[in-house]
Write a protein that binds this ligand. Sequence first.
Ligand code: ADP
Ligand code: MG
Length: 362
Amino acid sequence: MEANGDIIVKFDRVQKSYDGEILVVKDFNIDIERGEFLTMLGPSGSGKTTCLMMLAGFEPATHGEIYLNGKPINNVPPHKRGIGMVFQNYALFPHMSVAENLAFPLKVRGLDKATVDQKVKRALDMVQLPQMAGRRPAQLSGGQQQRVAVARALVFEPDLVLMDEPLGALDKNLREEMQYEIKHIHEQLGVSVVYVTHDQSEALTMSNRIAVFNDGVVQQLAAPEVLYEQPSNAFVAQFIGENNKLYGKVSEISGETASVELDSGTRVQALAVNCGGTGERTMLSIRPERVVLGDEGASNKLTGKVVELIYLGDHIRCRMEVAGHDDFIVKVPNSHAHAALKVGEETPIGWVTEDCRALDVM
Ligand code: ADP
Ligand code: MG
C-alpha cells in the first residue's frame, strides 16, 4: 500500500436511517486510501452492510456525502460507479457457465470478444480455476463458487472492490485459505478493497486498517496491531482478542498513569487511556500474554489462585482467581516454569504498567 495520501473513498459525516427515526449509522467519517484493504468490523446489526450499500449506491445516505475519486456520488447510480462487488451468497448466474459469468461484466461494458476471452482467462488463472471455465455454478463446490464470485468482481479491473462477509458460508479451513488468497490478490493487483466481516481474526489477517463498528458508531479506526495493543475503549479491548478485565475506581492521575483501587482493595497502576478523572469507575484491560508469573520486574504485583490449567502445547492456559475475579486468564509459555503451577495453589503474578490500560466501563 502506498501511503501517498491519495484518497479513493471519503465518507463525510454520513448518517443513515431506514425509518426516519433511528440512526443505524450515526456519524461516519473516513478517508480510504487508494490501494488500501480497509475492513469494517463489528457485531451483527452495527451498520457495516448499510455503509457498504451506501458506497455501492443501493441505499441513499440520509445525511452527509460520499466521495469516490474526489467526486460526490450520492446521485450516481450503482452501475455507473465502476465498483466490483462480492457477497456471501455468491449470486452467480446459475444458467451460465463460469466463463459466461465472468464474461458478463465485460460484455455489458462493450468489450470485443478477443479482449473478453483474454480477461476471462486471466481472471480464472488468478483464482486458480483455469479448468473450470465450462462448468455451471451448481457443478462447483462452495469455495470454488466463491472464487468465481471474486474473479467476477475483479475481471473488469475496477479500482475498488466491496466484499460483504464473502467467506461467511465456508467452513473454517477453506475460509482461512481464502483469506490468504484474497489478501494475495489484493497485494498483486493493488486494487482498493472495502471488506465487511464480524470475524475479528479474519479482519486482523487481511486488513491494512480496521474500522471497528458498534451501534452505528466507529469505535476505533487503526491498523490491526494498534487495535490489539492500544485499544482506545472497553468495547474494542473486548471485541479484539482476549482481554482480562478488572474493575475499580481511579484514585489519582499523574501524567499518563492512573492509580486505581480495585474493588478488592488492591492498588494498581495503569495507563490512563480513557478512564475519566479521580473517583470515576474504570475497567482495566490486560492481555493474557502480558501477565507474568512471579513478580520480578513487574510494577504491579498481585496474587493469583490457580483455578484451571489447560495444556495447549506451545502454551498453558491458566485460569486464575485474581482480585475477586475467577475468570482471569494467563497464557504461560511452555517452559519449565509452568511445572510449578497447581490447581488450588496461589502464585505471585504481575505486569508492567504499560500493559494495563484504564478504560471506560461499558
Ligand atoms: P451489519 O451489516 O453490521 O450486521 P446492517 O447495516 O445490516 O448491520 O444493519 C444495521 C441496522 O439497520 C440493523 O438494526 C438492521 O436491522 C437495520 N437494517 C438493515 N437493513 C435494513 C433495511 N433494508 N430496512 C430497515 N432496517 C434495516
Ligand atoms: Mg451485514
